[in-house]
Every structure is written in C-alpha cells, then in structure tokens.
Design a protein around this ligand. Structure first.
Ligand code: FMN
Ligand code: FE2
Ligand code: FE2
Length: 411
C-alpha cells in the first residue's frame, strides 16, 4: 500500500492485521485491524509509532517509507506513544539498524524499552507540554495520557497542522485501505461499520480504563484539533466531533451502566429447555420498545458479546444449571465482564434445571461481584410451562422498570 498523506510533510504509514488473526491473541477481528504509524517531516524527520513484528508487516511499513523517499538513516526521532507490541514489535530491530535515532517517550516507557527490546540509549523522557521542533514549522507537543491504554501511554499534537496523534484512543478495529484512510473517504454505511468496530475495540481493549479516557478527553478539550489520527482505524478530519462524542459516550457507560433502552441477552442451552423461554423474553422486550442484542455462548466469541453488554444497561442471562453451578460458558462471559469493569448493570436471570438446580447460588455471587442490580431469578424444572413463560414476561417488564428508575452513579 502507498502511505496516505494527511498534509504536507505528514503521512500515515499504515498496515493491516489479517482477519484470521486474534487481536491481543484473544479477540476476533473478522474485519481485520489496521496499525497506523506516522511520519512527520520538517528539517528533520520523526516517526510516530512503528508496527507489530508479525509476518510481513515490518517490510510493508518500510516499503511505504521508501515510497515516500524516506531513508531510515535520515530518521532523527522515534516517538513511542505506547509500548504495546502492536506498535513497537519491530522496535528492537529498527533501533539496532538505526542506533542514531532518538526515542521520545514518557518516563514510564524507559524501563519497558530495556525489558522488551534491550534498548537503553538515546532516550528522551518527556512531560506534558514538552515540545520537539522539527523545523519548517512542524512542532510536536507531548501529552501524557496514562492508562489510555497502558500506564506509559501518551499522545502527540502537531501544532502547525492541528493533528492529534491519539494512539489507541479514538481507535477501532477494521482494516483500512490507505487510499481510503479518512472519515470522508468512505460512505455512511462504511462509517457506521467502523463505529461498530470502534465499540468492539473499546469494549475489548479500553473499557476497563474508561475513567482515564474521560480524563484524557477533558485534558485535550482546549487544543485546536483539526484532525484525529489514531493508531487503529480511520483518521477523522471531516467531523472530528463524531469520534470524540462516540468515545465520550463509550467512556460514560462506565458510570451510566449503558443505554437504558438496550438489553443484551446472553444465553446458553444444552438441550433446548432454556431456549424454549427465549421467545417470551423477545416478546416482552419488543412490547416495551427496547433494543435487544442476543449472543449465544459458547457458540459466539465473547469478544463479540462484550460490546453489546457494554452498551446495554440491561442484561438477561438465560442458562441451565450444570453440575450444580452455572452453565460454564456464561460464567466465562461474566468473568470477562468483571475484568473489563462492566459494573452496575441491571440483570434478570432465567433458566431450566433437571433436579434441584444450583446455578442460582453462583449467579448471586457474580451479581454481587459485578455490583449488578439483580431481579429475582426465574427458574423451572425441565420445560417451561405457560405459567412460567408469563412469569418470565413479568420479570422482563420488572427489569426494564428497574433500568429506567435508577440513575447509576459510580461510587
Ligand atoms: C452435564 C449436565 C449437568 C447437569 N447438572 C445439573 C445439576 O447440577 N443440577 C440440576 O438440577 N440439573 C442439572 N442438569 C440438568 C439440566 O439442568 C436440565 O436438563 C435442563 O433442563 C437443561 O436445560 P437446557 O436444555 O436449556 O440445557 C445437568 C445436565 C447436564 C447435561
Ligand atoms: Fe494498546
Ligand atoms: Fe494499539
């Protein structure tokens, strides 16, 4: 791919992870994921972020530099916004080949450069407000933005162009063709697809750090930003408020617990007895004009369900008892909710059992751990009766009333 031009002297050097790869070795990316590095060229040249050392990605990155006429020996600075190896995997090899390059990063990055890549020289730790003048009017200003995503993360603002290199913040999954790198290079349908991929990316990668995202957005408010260039996904220039507001909303779900007009149904069923109750759930949700997202475990990847769980204030867990406990794949989903700090939701659990049940005890423990507001559970032996189906509908109505009644605020 050819590098994409952001403005005179500033380019994106972008590559794509294939759809077959799992992001972080864990999260499915059926639409791929881009890794965006950048070049800022004044009298001297700076690279902002490198690339993962995976398959041919470093070669592709280098090829794009070459096509721009940039020799690596002429690069003076490497700006490391974030040490996660999707952006630094190739750093050790790059620095070995180009030991003259000065690395700009936060102080927390310094020991990580040594432990990850055995790099200890030519490092300049920065503080918020520090600048690097590249000549020809190009000035990089640094902002420490800890925990968006790792503790050492920072962002860079190029003053003459108003471009914010925001690293993982404002990023999304989804491969990007360098020829269509901007929010105005794609149609509305494709933009919506990237926004969905942004939600998936957020819920998988960033959700646990939401208070830091909110803080970073506040910190950047006073900057005259004209373009947002994240390290994953599209570059925003036509409507930067669209991605800022989207991320602001995603981060706010940490305190609002999600959209009060959305419910995510996470369900599993061995022989169909629990599944038989799902139409009652669907009907009651539809009657109330509430959006319902559905995910079956373990058939669907948890990475897919987490985005809908994150954006929904209401959760319905439908599962049978299995060896005196919860159906195991749902326990796995709840464990991930806890790790991603998806707290304060409103929840109804329904499910079938064969003899004496047992899932309920474990559901209670999870409800407390997640600080979820739990409706009384509805359980039945074997197949659900008409009476039980009516009870389920009432349970769903009570859940919705509870979602609408409570303003959840983080303690
Ligand atoms: C491996 C296995 C373990 C089970 N463990 C329990 C149990 O501990 N307690 C119980 O009451 N029923 C247990 N059951 C019975 C199921 O909960 C019951 O068949 C239920 O109707 C299954 O619902 P489903 O068809 O939605 O999977 C178990 C069934 C299986 C296959
Ligand atoms: Fe990251
Ligand atoms: Fe990243």
């Amino acid at each position: 791919m050819n590098a994409a031009k952001l403005t005179d002297g500033i380019y994106k050097v972008g590559v794509n992870l294939p759809a077959t790869k799992l992001f972080e070795g864990l999260w499915p990316i059926p639409k791929g994921a881009s890794i965006n590095g950048f070049v800022v060229q004044g009298d001297s040249i700076a690279l902002i972020d490198l690339v993962q050392d995976f398959q041919t990605l470093p070669e592709e990155y280098q090829q794009e530099l070459t096509e721009l006429g940039i020799e690596q020996s002429k690069v003076s600075y490497l700006i490391v916004n974030h040490m996660e190896p999707d952006h630094t995997g190739w750093l050790g090899k790059f620095i070995k080949k180009n030991p003259h390059v000065k690395i700009y990063c936060t102080s927390k990055t310094v020991p990580m450069l040594a432990s990850f890549y055995d790099v200890a020289d030519n490092i300049v730790p920065i503080k918020t407000g520090d600048t690097l003048d590249l000549g020809q009017g190009k000035v990089l200003e640094f902002f420490e933005t800890p925990n968006v995503h790792w503790p050492e993360t920072m962002m860079v603002f190029e003053r003459s162009s108003g471009i914010l290199f925001s690293c993982d913040a404002f990023g999304s999954y989804g491969a990007v063709d360098n020829a269509k790198s901007f929010d105005d290079s794609v149609d509305e349908d494709k933009l919506k697809e990237y926004e969905n991929e942004a939600l998936r990316y957020y819920s998988n990668i960033v959700a646990a750090f939401s208070p830091f995202v909110t803080r970073a957005i506040k910190q950047l408010e006073s900057l005259p930003i004209k373009m947002i260039a994240p390290s994953h996904g599209l570059i925003w220039r036509k409507d930067i408020s669209r991605i800022i507001e989207l991320y602001r909303t995603f981060a706010e779900y940490a305190t609002t617990a999600g959209d009060k007009n959305s419910i995510t149904l996470v369900w599993g069923s061995m022989y169909g007895n629990t599944e038989k109750a799902l139409d009652a759930v669907r009907e009651a949700v539809k009657e109330a004009n509430i959006t319902l997202y559905e995910h079956r475990a373990p058939d669907e990847e948890i990475g897919m369900a987490l985005s809908d769980i994150w954006r929904s204030k209401g959760i319905i867990l439908a599962m049978p008892t299995y060896e005196y406990q919860m159906f195991p794949p749902i326990a796995h989903v709840l464990d991930d909710c806890n790790r991603k700090k998806m707290f304060h939701k409103h929840c109804l659990r329904i499910g079938s059992f064969g003899w004496v049940g047992g899932a309920e005890k474990e559901v209670k423990v999870w409800g407390e751990r997640l600080k979820w507001n739990m409706q009384p559970s509805i359980e039945w032996a074997g197949t659900p009766s008409e009476v039980e189906l009516q009870k389920i509908k009432e349970g769903v109505r009570a859940l919705i009333a509870s979602m609408h009644a409570t303003q959840t605020i983080e303690a």
